[in-house]
Design a protein around this ligand. Sequence first.
Ligand code: CP
Length: 339
Amino acid sequence: MMGRSSTGSTGGPTGITGAHALSGVMPGKDLVNLRDLDPSVLRRLLARARQHAWALDEDPFDVGQTLRGQVVGLLFFEDSTRTRLSFAMALHRLGGRFIELTDRGSSLSKGETLADTARTVEAMGVSRLIVRAKRTDDVLEVAQAVRIPVLNAGAGDGEHPTQGLLDTLAIAEAHKRLDSLDLGGLTVLIVGDVARSRVARSSGPCMAALGARVLVAGPGMDDTIAASAGGRVSDNFAGDVREADAVMALRIQHERGGSDLDAAGADAAYREQFGLTIERARTLKQGAVIMHPGPVNPGVEVDAEVMELPRSIITRQVALGVPVRMACLEARGAVTGRT
Ligand code: CP
């Protein structure tokens, strides 16, 4: 699927040859927010993910040894399909194992704090913690409570860094920018419930850091929300759909509450105003791709028919979650140097 480039995967400024090349790549021990990372770090992570993607495309049963003998703790305190299973798959592919805890059935229900829960799992000997949380600050709280590296698997309406990286890699692949990992000259339109979207707050800034022009549209949009997603407000939605090289639709995040979008009947108005309908999809220019981080609510933010178009790369985004998370699991902080 992911075609090798004529200039190869290991040369040039973004070229790396193995997991050791990611030693010290992170400014700290944790991966909490992409906004903390320099574009050169983003490119090194993506370059390694690109290598893993090529290897998996060639041999889907390939199992590496980078995390052999290691056990990683998955702490998922909010529901997930893609992130949870692709981290699990990434661990398998690196030769590691995992143990898992959710808020259902844990001793959090008995009053144990999140920090104590994290330290308890650390004490069992895991080498990393991967944390999904309902509240934005929870991942940082865990990171500060333990000595081992912590990876943010999506925190409230804060950030979702591995999603941001995989969305960026998907655009680079679709637009044949894998060699350079430079998105200069491309326009990405992010549309939907951006105000409550941690995906937008990781994907938009990551794409912008690699040179993309990011436009943002959605209910209640203003300059502050658009800037948090790494872009500026789209003031001509229909026109920007026609001009964009990628359109990424976002669902309404009802689980976060506190928005007029949660009122009865809001879905229909959302689709009417901002949905990626088949009529709007027909206006996309040649080469433009349709994206969605999932989970999708067909018929609301994107029509089911649109998801099936050849220009939809939604399934490819899911697939790229595995190599991206492999790279993030291999990345080591400059501060601790721990494995
Ligand atoms: N995109 C994403 O985070 O999906 P999940 O909630 O299924 O992990």
